[in-house]
Design a protein around this ligand. Structure first.
Ligand code: ZN
Length: 424
Protein backbone atom coordinates (compact mmCIF):
# COMPACT_ATOMS: atom_id res chain seq x y z
CA UNK A 1 0.00 0.00 0.00
CA UNK A 2 2.79 2.36 1.00
CA UNK A 3 4.52 1.56 -2.27
CA UNK A 4 1.38 2.37 -4.24
CA UNK A 5 1.01 5.73 -2.52
CA UNK A 6 4.64 6.50 -3.22
CA UNK A 7 4.22 5.44 -6.83
CA UNK A 8 1.10 7.60 -7.21
CA UNK A 9 2.95 10.53 -5.70
CA UNK A 10 5.78 10.05 -8.17
CA UNK A 11 3.37 9.75 -11.08
CA UNK A 12 1.48 12.91 -10.15
CA UNK A 13 4.79 14.75 -9.69
CA UNK A 14 5.79 13.62 -13.15
CA UNK A 15 2.44 14.78 -14.57
CA UNK A 16 2.94 18.30 -13.20
CA UNK A 17 6.49 18.35 -14.51
CA UNK A 18 5.47 17.12 -17.94
CA UNK A 19 2.28 19.07 -18.39
CA UNK A 20 4.11 22.11 -19.73
CA UNK A 21 5.67 21.54 -23.13
CA UNK A 22 9.26 22.49 -23.88
CA UNK A 23 7.99 25.52 -25.82
CA UNK A 24 5.84 26.59 -22.87
CA UNK A 25 8.73 26.22 -20.44
CA UNK A 26 10.87 28.49 -22.59
CA UNK A 27 8.05 31.07 -22.63
CA UNK A 28 8.12 31.11 -18.81
CA UNK A 29 11.88 31.65 -18.76
CA UNK A 30 11.57 34.43 -21.31
CA UNK A 31 8.93 36.26 -19.25
CA UNK A 32 11.25 36.10 -16.23
CA UNK A 33 14.24 37.32 -18.23
CA UNK A 34 12.22 40.26 -19.58
CA UNK A 35 10.82 41.36 -16.19
CA UNK A 36 13.26 44.26 -15.64
CA UNK A 37 12.22 45.81 -18.98
CA UNK A 38 8.57 45.06 -18.21
CA UNK A 39 8.72 46.85 -14.89
CA UNK A 40 10.54 49.88 -16.24
CA UNK A 41 7.94 50.17 -19.02
CA UNK A 42 5.18 49.99 -16.40
CA UNK A 43 6.85 52.79 -14.45
CA UNK A 44 7.03 54.96 -17.59
CA UNK A 45 3.37 54.58 -18.50
CA UNK A 46 2.11 55.02 -14.92
CA UNK A 47 4.06 58.29 -14.73
CA UNK A 48 2.13 59.80 -17.63
CA UNK A 49 -1.21 61.17 -16.52
CA UNK A 50 -3.99 59.68 -18.61
CA UNK A 51 -7.18 60.76 -16.87
CA UNK A 52 -10.04 60.13 -19.31
CA UNK A 53 -10.41 63.82 -20.15
CA UNK A 54 -6.64 64.35 -20.59
CA UNK A 55 -6.78 63.37 -24.24
CA UNK A 56 -3.09 64.11 -24.94
CA UNK A 57 -2.05 61.94 -22.00
CA UNK A 58 -4.29 59.06 -23.10
CA UNK A 59 -2.85 59.28 -26.63
CA UNK A 60 0.72 59.45 -25.33
CA UNK A 61 0.25 56.29 -23.26
CA UNK A 62 -1.44 54.65 -26.24
CA UNK A 63 1.41 55.62 -28.58
CA UNK A 64 3.98 54.13 -26.21
CA UNK A 65 2.03 50.89 -25.99
CA UNK A 66 1.46 50.95 -29.73
CA UNK A 67 5.23 51.24 -30.33
CA UNK A 68 5.82 48.14 -28.22
CA UNK A 69 3.14 46.18 -30.05
CA UNK A 70 4.52 47.30 -33.42
CA UNK A 71 7.84 45.67 -32.50
CA UNK A 72 5.92 42.42 -31.98
CA UNK A 73 4.57 42.47 -35.53
CA UNK A 74 1.23 44.15 -34.87
CA UNK A 75 -0.34 46.73 -37.17
CA UNK A 76 -1.29 49.81 -35.15
CA UNK A 77 -4.19 52.20 -35.67
CA UNK A 78 -6.11 54.79 -33.70
CA UNK A 79 -9.88 54.70 -33.78
CA UNK A 80 -10.90 58.35 -33.66
CA UNK A 81 -14.20 59.61 -32.28
CA UNK A 82 -16.39 62.61 -33.15
CA UNK A 83 -15.19 65.82 -31.42
CA UNK A 84 -18.54 66.07 -29.67
CA UNK A 85 -17.63 63.04 -27.51
CA UNK A 86 -14.48 64.77 -26.20
CA UNK A 87 -12.56 61.51 -25.82
CA UNK A 88 -9.08 60.45 -27.00
CA UNK A 89 -10.14 57.46 -29.10
CA UNK A 90 -8.87 53.89 -28.91
CA UNK A 91 -5.63 52.08 -29.72
CA UNK A 92 -6.07 48.97 -31.84
CA UNK A 93 -3.25 46.56 -32.69
CA UNK A 94 -3.87 43.60 -34.97
CA UNK A 95 -2.11 40.67 -36.48
CA UNK A 96 -3.66 38.11 -38.78
CA UNK A 97 -2.99 34.44 -39.27
CA UNK A 98 -4.66 31.06 -39.47
CA UNK A 99 -3.65 29.34 -36.26
CA UNK A 100 -6.08 28.55 -33.44
CA UNK A 101 -8.67 30.94 -32.09
CA UNK A 102 -9.00 34.55 -33.15
CA UNK A 103 -8.40 36.46 -29.91
CA UNK A 104 -9.65 39.86 -28.80
CA UNK A 105 -7.64 41.29 -25.88
CA UNK A 106 -9.20 44.16 -23.93
CA UNK A 107 -7.56 46.91 -21.89
CA UNK A 108 -8.01 50.63 -21.28
CA UNK A 109 -5.52 53.49 -21.48
CA UNK A 110 -7.36 55.97 -19.27
CA UNK A 111 -7.52 56.21 -15.49
CA UNK A 112 -9.90 57.97 -13.09
CA UNK A 113 -7.11 60.36 -12.08
CA UNK A 114 -7.56 63.60 -13.99
CA UNK A 115 -4.67 66.02 -14.42
CA UNK A 116 -6.13 68.36 -11.80
CA UNK A 117 -5.30 65.82 -9.06
CA UNK A 118 -1.82 65.79 -7.52
CA UNK A 119 0.46 63.34 -9.36
CA UNK A 120 1.31 60.13 -7.47
CA UNK A 121 4.31 58.67 -9.34
CA UNK A 122 5.09 54.97 -9.62
CA UNK A 123 6.73 53.95 -6.34
CA UNK A 124 8.13 50.60 -5.32
CA UNK A 125 7.00 50.39 -1.69
CA UNK A 126 8.64 47.04 -1.01
CA UNK A 127 9.44 43.68 -2.66
CA UNK A 128 5.85 42.89 -3.41
CA UNK A 129 4.03 46.22 -3.68
CA UNK A 130 4.11 49.26 -5.94
CA UNK A 131 1.82 52.28 -5.88
CA UNK A 132 0.83 54.79 -8.54
CA UNK A 133 -2.18 56.14 -10.42
CA UNK A 134 -3.84 53.41 -12.44
CA UNK A 135 -1.13 50.91 -11.53
CA UNK A 136 -3.58 48.01 -11.19
CA UNK A 137 -6.56 49.65 -12.95
CA UNK A 138 -5.26 49.10 -15.40
CA UNK A 139 -1.87 50.06 -16.72
CA UNK A 140 -0.53 46.93 -15.03
CA UNK A 141 -3.04 44.88 -17.04
CA UNK A 142 -2.09 46.56 -20.32
CA UNK A 143 1.62 46.04 -19.65
CA UNK A 144 0.88 42.43 -18.71
CA UNK A 145 -0.72 41.86 -22.14
CA UNK A 146 2.27 43.40 -23.91
CA UNK A 147 4.79 41.43 -21.80
CA UNK A 148 3.01 38.12 -22.45
CA UNK A 149 2.87 38.81 -26.20
CA UNK A 150 6.52 39.88 -26.16
CA UNK A 151 7.64 36.59 -24.58
CA UNK A 152 5.65 34.66 -27.20
CA UNK A 153 7.10 36.80 -29.99
CA UNK A 154 10.66 36.25 -28.70
CA UNK A 155 10.02 32.50 -28.94
CA UNK A 156 8.52 32.94 -32.44
CA UNK A 157 5.19 31.65 -31.16
CA UNK A 158 3.06 34.54 -32.42
CA UNK A 159 3.65 33.60 -36.05
CA UNK A 160 0.43 32.94 -37.98
CA UNK A 161 -1.84 33.83 -35.02
CA UNK A 162 -4.85 36.18 -35.19
CA UNK A 163 -4.87 38.62 -32.28
CA UNK A 164 -6.51 42.01 -31.83
CA UNK A 165 -5.40 44.14 -28.89
CA UNK A 166 -8.04 46.78 -28.18
CA UNK A 167 -7.16 49.41 -25.55
CA UNK A 168 -10.02 51.87 -25.12
CA UNK A 169 -9.39 55.49 -24.16
CA UNK A 170 -12.53 56.13 -22.13
CA UNK A 171 -13.41 53.12 -19.97
CA UNK A 172 -13.55 55.08 -16.74
CA UNK A 173 -15.86 57.74 -18.13
CA UNK A 174 -17.32 56.43 -21.34
CA UNK A 175 -18.20 58.68 -24.26
CA UNK A 176 -21.36 56.56 -24.60
CA UNK A 177 -22.37 53.68 -26.84
CA UNK A 178 -21.19 55.59 -29.92
CA UNK A 179 -17.68 55.21 -28.55
CA UNK A 180 -18.07 51.40 -28.44
CA UNK A 181 -19.51 50.64 -31.89
CA UNK A 182 -16.16 49.81 -33.51
CA UNK A 183 -15.12 47.85 -30.40
CA UNK A 184 -18.26 45.69 -30.59
CA UNK A 185 -17.92 45.21 -34.35
CA UNK A 186 -14.33 43.95 -34.10
CA UNK A 187 -15.02 41.73 -31.11
CA UNK A 188 -17.79 40.00 -33.04
CA UNK A 189 -15.17 38.83 -35.55
CA UNK A 190 -13.20 37.00 -32.87
CA UNK A 191 -13.60 33.60 -31.16
CA UNK A 192 -12.84 34.71 -27.61
CA UNK A 193 -12.52 38.01 -25.72
CA UNK A 194 -10.11 38.28 -22.81
CA UNK A 195 -10.18 41.36 -20.59
CA UNK A 196 -7.35 42.37 -18.32
CA UNK A 197 -9.03 44.43 -15.61
CA UNK A 198 -7.67 43.93 -12.09
CA UNK A 199 -7.16 40.27 -11.15
CA UNK A 200 -8.34 38.93 -7.83
CA UNK A 201 -5.09 37.04 -7.29
CA UNK A 202 -4.19 33.79 -9.03
CA UNK A 203 -7.15 31.78 -7.78
CA UNK A 204 -10.15 33.18 -9.64
CA UNK A 205 -11.17 34.88 -12.86
CA UNK A 206 -14.35 36.70 -13.84
CA UNK A 207 -16.89 34.77 -15.91
CA UNK A 208 -19.73 37.18 -15.13
CA UNK A 209 -20.08 40.76 -14.05
CA UNK A 210 -23.05 42.96 -13.38
CA UNK A 211 -24.30 45.64 -15.71
CA UNK A 212 -25.21 49.17 -14.70
CA UNK A 213 -28.07 51.46 -15.67
CA UNK A 214 -29.78 54.48 -14.19
CA UNK A 215 -33.20 55.87 -13.26
CA UNK A 216 -34.76 59.20 -12.47
CA UNK A 217 -37.77 59.61 -10.19
CA UNK A 218 -39.77 62.83 -10.50
CA UNK A 219 -42.53 63.57 -8.02
CA UNK A 220 -45.09 66.37 -8.28
CA UNK A 221 -47.61 67.19 -5.54
CA UNK A 222 -50.18 69.77 -4.45
CA UNK A 223 -48.45 72.52 -2.54
CA UNK A 224 -49.81 74.91 0.09
CA UNK A 225 -49.79 75.67 3.81
CA UNK A 226 -48.05 72.97 5.83
CA UNK A 227 -50.86 72.81 8.38
CA UNK A 228 -53.07 71.18 5.72
CA UNK A 229 -50.71 68.24 4.99
CA UNK A 230 -52.33 64.81 5.68
CA UNK A 231 -55.74 66.36 4.94
CA UNK A 232 -56.96 68.29 1.91
CA UNK A 233 -53.41 68.91 0.56
CA UNK A 234 -52.44 65.26 0.53
CA UNK A 235 -48.90 64.26 1.42
CA UNK A 236 -46.53 66.41 -0.58
CA UNK A 237 -43.72 65.37 -2.89
CA UNK A 238 -41.15 64.54 -0.23
CA UNK A 239 -43.29 62.01 1.65
CA UNK A 240 -44.24 60.45 -1.67
CA UNK A 241 -40.57 60.11 -2.71
CA UNK A 242 -39.80 58.60 0.69
CA UNK A 243 -42.62 56.09 0.19
CA UNK A 244 -41.31 55.06 -3.23
CA UNK A 245 -37.72 54.61 -2.05
CA UNK A 246 -38.74 52.68 1.04
CA UNK A 247 -40.92 50.36 -1.05
CA UNK A 248 -38.08 49.83 -3.54
CA UNK A 249 -35.80 48.70 -0.75
CA UNK A 250 -38.47 46.67 1.06
CA UNK A 251 -39.63 44.70 -1.99
CA UNK A 252 -36.46 44.43 -4.09
CA UNK A 253 -33.65 44.90 -1.59
CA UNK A 254 -32.97 41.20 -0.99
CA UNK A 255 -32.67 39.96 -4.57
CA UNK A 256 -29.29 38.43 -5.40
CA UNK A 257 -27.12 40.57 -7.72
CA UNK A 258 -29.71 43.37 -7.81
CA UNK A 259 -28.79 46.70 -6.25
CA UNK A 260 -30.20 50.19 -6.77
CA UNK A 261 -28.71 53.22 -5.14
CA UNK A 262 -30.46 56.57 -4.89
CA UNK A 263 -27.41 58.81 -5.26
CA UNK A 264 -29.03 62.22 -5.24
CA UNK A 265 -32.31 63.63 -3.90
CA UNK A 266 -33.71 67.16 -3.88
CA UNK A 267 -37.16 68.25 -2.78
CA UNK A 268 -39.03 71.44 -1.98
CA UNK A 269 -41.24 74.02 -3.60
CA UNK A 270 -38.98 74.08 -6.65
CA UNK A 271 -36.05 71.91 -7.68
CA UNK A 272 -33.51 72.16 -10.43
CA UNK A 273 -30.96 69.61 -11.64
CA UNK A 274 -28.02 70.12 -14.03
CA UNK A 275 -26.95 66.83 -15.67
CA UNK A 276 -23.67 68.38 -16.92
CA UNK A 277 -22.35 68.99 -13.42
CA UNK A 278 -24.55 66.53 -11.48
CA UNK A 279 -25.47 69.49 -9.26
CA UNK A 280 -28.97 70.17 -7.96
CA UNK A 281 -30.62 72.92 -5.98
CA UNK A 282 -33.94 73.39 -4.26
CA UNK A 283 -36.00 76.09 -2.65
CA UNK A 284 -38.41 75.16 0.11
CA UNK A 285 -39.80 76.30 3.45
CA UNK A 286 -40.82 74.30 6.47
CA UNK A 287 -44.33 75.77 6.38
CA UNK A 288 -44.96 74.88 2.73
CA UNK A 289 -45.92 71.39 1.53
CA UNK A 290 -43.23 70.34 -0.97
CA UNK A 291 -44.42 70.45 -4.56
CA UNK A 292 -41.46 68.69 -6.25
CA UNK A 293 -38.88 66.02 -5.57
CA UNK A 294 -36.23 64.58 -7.84
CA UNK A 295 -34.19 61.43 -7.21
CA UNK A 296 -31.37 60.06 -9.39
CA UNK A 297 -30.20 56.51 -8.88
CA UNK A 298 -28.44 53.55 -10.44
CA UNK A 299 -29.56 49.96 -10.96
CA UNK A 300 -27.06 47.09 -11.15
CA UNK A 301 -28.12 43.70 -12.39
CA UNK A 302 -27.04 40.38 -13.83
CA UNK A 303 -28.82 39.64 -17.10
CA UNK A 304 -31.39 41.64 -19.05
CA UNK A 305 -34.25 39.60 -17.52
CA UNK A 306 -33.35 40.71 -13.99
CA UNK A 307 -33.08 44.33 -15.13
CA UNK A 308 -36.45 44.26 -16.93
CA UNK A 309 -38.21 42.54 -14.04
CA UNK A 310 -36.87 45.07 -11.56
CA UNK A 311 -38.01 47.94 -13.78
CA UNK A 312 -41.54 46.52 -13.94
CA UNK A 313 -41.68 46.16 -10.13
CA UNK A 314 -40.33 49.68 -9.62
CA UNK A 315 -42.88 51.05 -12.08
CA UNK A 316 -45.71 49.34 -10.15
CA UNK A 317 -44.51 50.84 -6.88
CA UNK A 318 -44.25 54.30 -8.43
CA UNK A 319 -47.83 54.14 -9.71
CA UNK A 320 -49.38 53.65 -6.25
CA UNK A 321 -48.97 57.32 -5.38
CA UNK A 322 -50.13 58.84 -2.10
CA UNK A 323 -53.20 61.12 -2.36
CA UNK A 324 -52.67 64.30 -4.40
CA UNK A 325 -49.16 63.29 -5.45
CA UNK A 326 -47.93 61.77 -8.70
CA UNK A 327 -44.62 60.00 -9.35
CA UNK A 328 -42.95 59.21 -12.63
CA UNK A 329 -39.88 57.07 -13.20
CA UNK A 330 -37.68 56.86 -16.29
CA UNK A 331 -34.92 54.34 -16.92
CA UNK A 332 -31.76 54.63 -19.02
CA UNK A 333 -29.45 51.86 -20.15
CA UNK A 334 -25.75 52.07 -19.32
CA UNK A 335 -23.42 49.09 -19.62
CA UNK A 336 -24.95 45.65 -20.20
CA UNK A 337 -24.04 42.80 -17.88
CA UNK A 338 -21.78 39.87 -18.68
CA UNK A 339 -23.79 36.81 -17.82
CA UNK A 340 -21.94 33.72 -16.66
CA UNK A 341 -22.26 31.15 -19.46
CA UNK A 342 -21.08 27.66 -20.36
CA UNK A 343 -18.86 29.19 -23.07
CA UNK A 344 -17.25 31.58 -20.57
CA UNK A 345 -16.73 28.72 -18.17
CA UNK A 346 -15.00 26.72 -20.88
CA UNK A 347 -12.47 29.54 -21.19
CA UNK A 348 -12.08 29.58 -17.41
CA UNK A 349 -11.33 25.84 -17.59
CA UNK A 350 -8.45 26.57 -19.99
CA UNK A 351 -7.01 29.07 -17.47
CA UNK A 352 -7.57 26.51 -14.73
CA UNK A 353 -5.55 23.91 -16.65
CA UNK A 354 -2.75 26.35 -17.37
CA UNK A 355 -2.63 27.34 -13.70
CA UNK A 356 -2.55 23.74 -12.47
CA UNK A 357 0.13 22.84 -15.00
CA UNK A 358 2.22 25.75 -13.76
CA UNK A 359 1.81 24.56 -10.17
CA UNK A 360 -0.39 27.55 -9.13
CA UNK A 361 -3.46 25.43 -8.34
CA UNK A 362 -7.07 25.66 -9.53
CA UNK A 363 -8.79 28.77 -10.87
CA UNK A 364 -12.46 29.25 -10.00
CA UNK A 365 -15.13 31.66 -11.26
CA UNK A 366 -15.33 34.81 -9.13
CA UNK A 367 -18.60 36.15 -7.69
CA UNK A 368 -20.38 38.21 -10.40
CA UNK A 369 -21.73 40.47 -7.64
CA UNK A 370 -18.26 41.52 -6.58
CA UNK A 371 -17.41 43.52 -9.70
CA UNK A 372 -18.78 46.63 -11.31
CA UNK A 373 -19.36 47.00 -15.02
CA UNK A 374 -16.56 46.92 -17.59
CA UNK A 375 -15.83 47.15 -21.31
CA UNK A 376 -15.98 43.37 -21.76
CA UNK A 377 -19.71 43.55 -21.01
CA UNK A 378 -20.34 45.34 -24.31
CA UNK A 379 -19.29 42.21 -26.20
CA UNK A 380 -20.36 39.48 -23.77
CA UNK A 381 -23.56 38.82 -25.73
CA UNK A 382 -21.61 38.01 -28.90
CA UNK A 383 -18.46 36.14 -27.93
CA UNK A 384 -17.23 33.87 -25.10
CA UNK A 385 -15.28 36.01 -22.66
CA UNK A 386 -13.33 36.29 -19.43
CA UNK A 387 -12.24 39.24 -17.33
CA UNK A 388 -10.06 39.82 -14.29
CA UNK A 389 -6.95 38.51 -16.03
CA UNK A 390 -4.84 41.61 -15.39
CA UNK A 391 -2.51 42.73 -12.62
CA UNK A 392 -3.60 42.14 -9.03
CA UNK A 393 -3.78 44.88 -6.45
CA UNK A 394 -5.93 46.96 -4.16
CA UNK A 395 -7.53 50.36 -3.78
CA UNK A 396 -8.40 51.08 -7.43
CA UNK A 397 -9.94 54.55 -7.99
CA UNK A 398 -8.28 55.92 -4.85
CA UNK A 399 -4.91 57.32 -3.80
CA UNK A 400 -4.44 54.02 -1.96
CA UNK A 401 -4.10 52.14 -5.25
CA UNK A 402 -1.34 49.53 -5.19
CA UNK A 403 -0.25 46.61 -7.33
CA UNK A 404 1.04 43.22 -6.25
CA UNK A 405 4.50 43.01 -7.84
CA UNK A 406 5.15 39.48 -6.57
CA UNK A 407 2.16 38.07 -8.44
CA UNK A 408 2.80 40.17 -11.55
CA UNK A 409 5.39 37.87 -13.24
CA UNK A 410 3.22 34.82 -12.50
CA UNK A 411 0.15 36.48 -13.99
CA UNK A 412 2.14 37.43 -17.10
CA UNK A 413 3.36 33.85 -17.42
CA UNK A 414 -0.14 32.47 -16.98
CA UNK A 415 -1.47 34.75 -19.71
CA UNK A 416 1.42 33.91 -22.05
CA UNK A 417 0.66 30.18 -21.76
CA UNK A 418 -3.08 30.83 -22.05
CA UNK A 419 -2.59 32.82 -25.28
CA UNK A 420 -0.23 30.16 -26.56
CA UNK A 421 -2.71 27.33 -25.97
CA UNK A 422 -5.69 29.23 -27.38
CA UNK A 423 -3.81 30.03 -30.57
CA UNK A 424 -2.68 26.45 -31.36
ZN1 ZN B 1 -10.45 49.54 -15.19
Amino acid sequence: MKKLVLLLALVSQAVVGQSLSAAEKSVLTTVTAQMPQTESFLEKVVNINSGTLNKEGVRQVGDMMGDELKKLGFTIEWVTLPDSLNRAGHLVATRRGNKGKKLFLIGHLDTVFEKSLPMEPFTRLNDSTASGQGVNDMKGGDVLVIAALKALHTQKLLDDTSITVYFTGDEESSGGIESRLDFIERAKQSDAALAFETAQGLKSVTTGRRGSSSWTLTVKARSGHSSRIFSDLGYGAIYEAARVLTEFRRTLGQEQYLTFNPGLIVGGSEVHYDPQTAKADAIGKTNIVAGSTLVKGDLRFLGEAQKEKARVRMQEIVEKSLPLTGSKITFADGIPSMEPSAANDKLRAVVDNVSRDMGFGPVTAGDPGSRGAGDVSFVAAYVPCLDGLGASGKGAHSIEETMNMAEFPKLIQRTAILLYRLTR
